[in-house]
Design a protein around this ligand. Sequence first.
Ligand code: GRG
Length: 289
Amino acid sequence: MTSIADFLDEKKSLIDSTLVGSLPPALPGAENVREAMRYAVFSDGKRLRPVLVLAVGEMMERDNAQLLQAACAVEFIHTCSLILDDLPCMDDSQMRRGKPALHVAFDQATAILAAEGLLLQAFTLISDNARRLELDSGAALSAVEAAAEAAGYPGMVAGQYLDLSSKTHPPNRQRVEFILLMKTAALFTASARIAAVFCRASDQEEQALVRYSSCLGLAFQITDDLFDAEGAACQGIDAELNYAVLFGPDGARSRAESLVAQGLEALKPFDQRASMLAALLRYVLEREK
Ligand code: GRG
C-alpha cells in the first residue's frame, strides 16, 4: 500500500501542475492582478484540502482527473483566505509560505483584488467540473452551495471575525472550537462534501464524510496551534486565538487525539476503502508542520 507521505507527494505534484492552467487568462492591462494570483497560489503550500478532494474521489473509485478542477477550487478558496488573513487590517503578517505576503510583494489593493479573483474563479471551476461530469443541476448547485457556505458568513467569514474579536473577549473551550470549526474546518468539510457530491455518494456516505472532515479540520487547526505555540517564533502569537496557548500543549494534544479517534469512527462504514483517509487523519497528528 502507498504510504501517506508518497500519497501526499504524488497528489501535490498533480495538483501543482493543474493549478497553473486553472487560473483565468491574463487580460490586457490587468496582467499584474493575474500575476498576483499566480504568486499567491504558487507558494509552497501543502495542498491538504485538494488532496482531501482527490482522496475521497479515489475511495469512491474515481480517477483524479474527474475531480481536479474541484480540487483546485478549494485550494483557490484557501489561498484567498490566506491573502486576506495577512492584510494589515487582519493579522498583519509580512510573510506567508516562506516568502513576502501578497500585499507586501504587490500592494493592498492588488492583494484584495487577487483574493477576490481566486475566490470567484473557484466557483467557475466547480461549475465547470460539475458540467463535465454531467451532474444534474441539483447536485451541481449543492456543490456550489457547499463552497459558498464554507467561504461565506456561515463559515470562514464569521469564523475569522470571531477569531479577531476574541482578543477582547477571551472565549471558553466550546466557543473556541466553534470558531475554529468555522474558520478552518469548514473548508475541509466543504472539500469532502463537494467530492462526495461529484462522486454521487449516498446521503449516508456524504454525512459520514462530513463528520470525518470536520474532525480532520479541527484536529488540523489544533495541531497548527501547537506548532505555533511550541515554535521558536511564537512571540507574536497574541494576535490570534491559539488553542494550545489557551488550554496548554497537553490539552491541545489530547483534544487532537480524541478528534482523530472520532474521525476514524466516522470512516467505519467505508471499511478498508477508507485507509488513505484514515492515514490522512493520523498524519495531521504525526506531521512535523
Ligand atoms: C472569503 C475565503 C474567505 C475568507 C475570509 C480571512 C478569512 C475570512 C479567513 C481566514 C481563515 C484562515 C486563514 C484560517 C487559517 C487556516 C490555516 C490553519 C491555515 C494554514 O493552512 P495550511 O497549513 O497552509 O494548510 P498551506 O500554506 O500549507 O496551504
